[in-house]
Design a protein around this ligand. Structure first.
Ligand SMILES: C[S@@+](CC[C@H](N)C(=O)[O-])C[C@H]1O[C@@H](n2cnc3c(N)ncnc32)[C@H](O)[C@@H]1O
Length: 276
């Protein structure tokens, strides 16, 4: 079968046509331009079998990112597997905001809590080459994936460790200029867990106790002990949680507390500054 013939076939099989090209690029290991430049090239029978399997798995709902083991975040191609959450475009706002809040970009110490594939840490490390980023996750296999991504991308000013939130750090050290996190924040009965890609993502990356606010509360409460004076805490949360999250920041004495919206205008990220 020729490239173009397979594409026409796959367009009719998939809900989103653009996914056909993603699968073809993945299996052929070719760029889009090469596929369109030579539409009459033949696909081998082995490649056809792999493409057939991808269409099948996609049609039963498996996320494209897991099928091709890749998701782009902040223009960085990240390896992802079913052990990691799939990085979301909304989270790029968190990176953007973090960079905006920084005055002097040199020699900063930044902590990313709950790294997944390493998306936030790697984006910040890339943008802030003179700073050090530490990323932690409770899941050892996720820490290995984030580390592998840093090696693949040759980003060396980031280190990943296994830790239950702050468990590997000493409280006496007010070490960080900034703490960022996209923690689990979904209520376990939220119907969104039963639709789309989310169905296949690791539960411990998504669900948090107490209406989804347990981990956020813990992070807000404990970050004060690890942030330098006037250091920033920046947290992503659910769009209906902003008021409660702001209250938590204020209850724990953060200053300059604000929430910003994501691309679709939904409340998504709350931030504040630690006092002494
Ligand atoms: C919503 S995912 C975010 C992943 C990544 N930062 C991103 O934005 O794509 C939350 C991450 O927090 C991690 N996590 C959950 N509980 C944790 C804990 N107690 N300590 C450290 N990490 C935890 C999960 O394993 C998961 O990788």
């Amino acid at each position: 079968m020729k490239y173009q013939t397979w594409l026409n076939y796959a367009y009719n099989k998939l809900l989103f046509k653009r996914e056909a090209l993603i699968f073809l690029k993945h299996v052929l290991k070719k760029k889009e331009a090469d596929i369109f430049a030579y539409p009459e090239q033949e696909i081998t029978s082995n490649q056809q079998m792999r493409l057939k399997k991808l269409l099948l798995l996609r049609n039963i709902g498996l996320p494209v990112a897991y099928l091709i083991n890749e998701k782009e975040f902040w223009s960085l191609p990240l390896f992802v597997s079913m052990k990691t959450m799939i990085p979301r475009p909304e989270t790029e706002h968190l990176v953007e905001l973090s960079l905006k809040l920084i005055n002097d970009r040199r020699n900063l110490k930044i902590l990313d809590l709950g790294v997944g594939a390493g998306s936030i840490s790697l984006a910040l490390a890339k943008e802030l080459p003179d700073s050090s980023i530490i990323g932690v996750d409770i899941d050892e296999s996720v820490v290995s994936i984030a580390t592998q991504n840093s090696i693949n991308l040759s980003i060396s000013n980031v280190k990943f460790f296994k830790s239950n939130w702050f468990s590997i750090f000493h409280r006496k050290n007010k070490f960080f200029d900034m703490i960022v996190s996209n923690p689990p924040y979904v209520h376990e009965d939220d119907p969104c867990l039963k639709v789309g890609d989310v169905r296949y993502e690791p539960r411990k990356a998504l669900i948090s106790k107490r209406d989804g606010l347990f981990d956020i509360e813990l992070i807000v409460k404990q970050s004060k002990f690890f942030l330098k004076e006037s250091g920033w805490l920046i947290i992503e949360h659910g769009c209906s949680q902003s008021e409660q999250v702001r209250k938590l920041f204020m209850y724990h004495s953060y200053a300059t507390v604000k929430t910003i919206q994501d691309y679709s205008g939904k409340d998504r990220i709350t931030f504040g500054r630690s006092k002494s």
